[in-house]
Write a protein that binds this ligand. Structure first.
Ligand SMILES: [Zn+2]
Ligand SMILES: [Zn+2]
Length: 215
C-alpha cells in the first residue's frame, strides 16, 4: 500500500509520527507520506519536525516528508507552496474543494497552478481544472476519508475524460482510518473505476514515489 496523505498530531491527527508509521507498517504499507495541515503560520515549524522524523526514522515503512496546504486563500497559495518546498516538503498536497467544507472557490485552480503533487479531495472539480491538472502533472485524489469521498465518482469521471492521473489516499487522522490495499481498491471500485483503472492508479503511485524521492 502506498498512501501519500496522512496526518499526525503535528496538526489534527491523533498519533505521534512513530506510531502512525508503525501502525501503517502493520497494515501492510510500504510507503507513506506525512502531510500535516499547514498555512503560512506553521509551514516552517511543522516541516522542521516532519523532515527531522523522516531523516532519522528506521522502520519497516518508507516515510516521505510532506504537507497539506489547507484553507489558504487562493491568491496566497503559490507563496505557501514555495515556503513548503523550501522547508523540505517532498509530497506536497493541497486541501481541495471538498463539498463538506467551505473551501474557497478557486482553490483547486490555485493549487494546480502552484504545482502541488496531489490535489486532495477536489470535490466537484471542473473539467477545465482537471484538464489543467493533466497538463501540469498534478494528480487528483480518490479519497478514503468519509465526507471527502462523496465525490470520488465525479473525480474518477473527470480523470477519465481528461487523462488526469489519480492517486488513492486515506487522509488518515487516527488508527482506524488506515486501510489495507484490498480495501482501498474496493473504495476505488465503488467510485465506478474498473479493475484496470485501479491497477493503473496504484502503478502511478509507484512512479510518483520515485519522482518524489528524487526531489
Ligand atoms: Zn484535506
Ligand atoms: Zn488531509
Amino acid at each position: 500500500m502506498i498512501d501519500l496523505h496522512m496526518h499526525t498530531f503535528l496538526s489534527d491527527g491523533v498519533l505521534v509520527p512513530s506510531e502512525l508509521a508503525r501502525r501503517a507498517a502493520m497494515t501492510g504499507y510500504r510507503v507513506m507520506a506525512i502531510t500535516d495541515h499547514v498555512d503560512m503560520a506553521n509551514a516552517q515549524s511543522a516541516l522542521e519536525q516532519i523532515t527531522r522524523f523522516c531523516a532519522t526514522y528506521r522502520g519497516n515503512v518508507k516515510v516521505i516528508p510532506g504537507a497539506e496546504i489547507t484553507h489558504v486563500p487562493p491568491e496566497m497559495f503559490a507563496e505557501v507552496a514555495r515556503l513548503c518546498r523550501r522547508h523540505g516538503a517532498r509530497a506536497l498536497v493541497a486541501h481541495g474543494e471538498t463539498i463538506v467544507e467551505p473551501v474557497a472557490p478557486g482553490t483547486n485552480r490555485a493549487a494546480i497552478e502552484a504545482g502541488v503533487d496531489i490535489l486532495a479531495h477536489p470535490g466537484l472539480i471542473s473539467e477545465e481544472d482537471a484538464r489543467l491538472a493533466a497538463e501540469r502533472g498534478v494528480a487528483l485524489e480518490i479519497s478514503g476519508r468519509s465526507g471527502h469521498s462523496l465525490t470520488n465518482g465525479h473525480v474518477a469521471a473527470m480523470a477519465r475524460a481528461t487523462g488526469a492521473r489519480l492517486v488513492f489516499d486515506t487522509d488518515s487522522h487516527a488508527p482506524g482510518d488506515l486501510m489495507p490495499l484490498a480495501l482501498a481498491r474496493k473504495v476505488a471500485m465503488g467510485a465506478g473505476m474498473t479493475m484496470e483503472e485501479v491497477d493503473r492508479m496504484f502503478q502511478f503511485a509507484e512512479e510518483l514515489v520515485e519522482k518524489l524521492a528524487k526531489g
